[in-house]
Design a protein around this ligand. Structure first.
Ligand SMILES: NC(=O)c1ccc[n+]([C@@H]2O[C@H](COP(=O)([O-])OP(=O)(O)OC[C@H]3O[C@@H](n4cnc5c(N)ncnc54)[C@H](OP(=O)(O)O)[C@@H]3O)[C@@H](O)[C@H]2O)c1
Length: 248
């Protein structure tokens, strides 16, 4: 897939750190011009841009709160203004609040759903209006939606909505040759994943995968790259687990 995205422009949301960073670097290596969206980490986002440019690619960091529909619209317009068109959208920005359902507050709900569901919906809406024909949308969900883990109810509910939106949008955009899929990572070594977990808990989660380890952001970027490629044009409306054969 070396350089197979030359001439394409991709927007990766939440690309300053973690999985989004790895996706931005990977798609940049494949030749795409990359819009590196971030919320707070401007230095980290600029570092991603510098790395893509140093590898001979094109990239631009743009700050936008992916929970705010007005900011999302501005982001799409800025990206298209800069690169002429947008071909690929990777909706990666997300948060995770882990609490027993008995403990969830209204504030937790707002925080969880405003980014993972409202923001993703309005990002998809902008893509539906502005993505070039033949484009690609990849939404990042989670393997947790298949596992029924205590304390993951609020987070899993938000990603359940992501998976449902993915399937319906695939039907709406299919006539324009745009594919819409979800990638559902398993436990993946990022700040979001490590927060509040002991090394022993992380080891146990790794032991649930066929490869006896948790995933890396690069593992997930590889799966996203497959769906972003021209060869994936007949795959749409799918939710694909990238989790190293994880079973509960
Ligand atoms: N890690 C895992 O084990 C795992 C497993 C399954 C699914 N996922 C999903 O994968 C995605 C990425 O997770 P991660 O582990 O890479 O997270 P992470 O390390 O916490 O990184 C989150 C990224 O999202 C950005 N972000 C946060 N709030 C934002 C907002 N309101 N607007 C724009 N960007 C925002 C952050 O930007 P700043 O740096 O500027 O704050 C950062 O770049 C999420 O959707 C998550 O649910 C993760």
């Amino acid at each position: 897939m070396e350089k197979c995205l030359t001439g394409k422009t991709v927007l990766v949301t939440g690309a300053s750190r973690g999985i989004g960073r790895a996706i931005a670097l990977k798609l940049g290596q494949m030749g795409a011009a990359v819009v590196v969206n971030y919320m707070n980490s401007s230095a980290a986002a600029e570092e991603v841009v510098e790395q893509i440019v140093a590898d001979g690619g094109k990239a631009l960091a743009i700050q936008a709160d992916m929970a705010d529909p007005a900011a999302i619209e501005k982001l799409f317009d800025q990206a298209i203004g800069e690169f002429g068109q947008l071909d690929i959208l990777i909706n990666n920005a997300g948060v995770a609040i882990y609490k027993a359902i008995a403990e969830v507050s209204e504030d937790d709900y707002e925080q969880q759903f405003s980014l993972n569901v409202k923001g993703l919906l309005f990002s998809c809406q902008q893509a539906a209006r502005k993505l070039a024909d033949g484009g690609r949308i990849v939404n990042i969900s989670t393997s947790v939606t298949k596992m029924m883990l205590p304390n993951y109810g609020l987070y899993a509910a938000s990603k359940g909505a992501v998976e449902q939106l993915t399937k319906v949008l695939a039907k709406e955009l299919g006539p324009r040759g745009i594919t819409v899929n979800a990638i559902s990572p398993g436990p993946t070594d990022t700040e979001l994943f490590r927060e509040g977990k002991t090394e022993e808990q992380i080891r146990q989660m790794g032991a649930m995968a066929a490869f006896n380890r948790i995933g890396t952001p690069e593992d997930i970027a590889g799966a996203v790259a497959l769906l972003a490629s021209a060869d994936a044009g007949w795959i749409s409306g799918q939710d694909i687990c990238a989790n190293g054969g994880l079973t509960a």
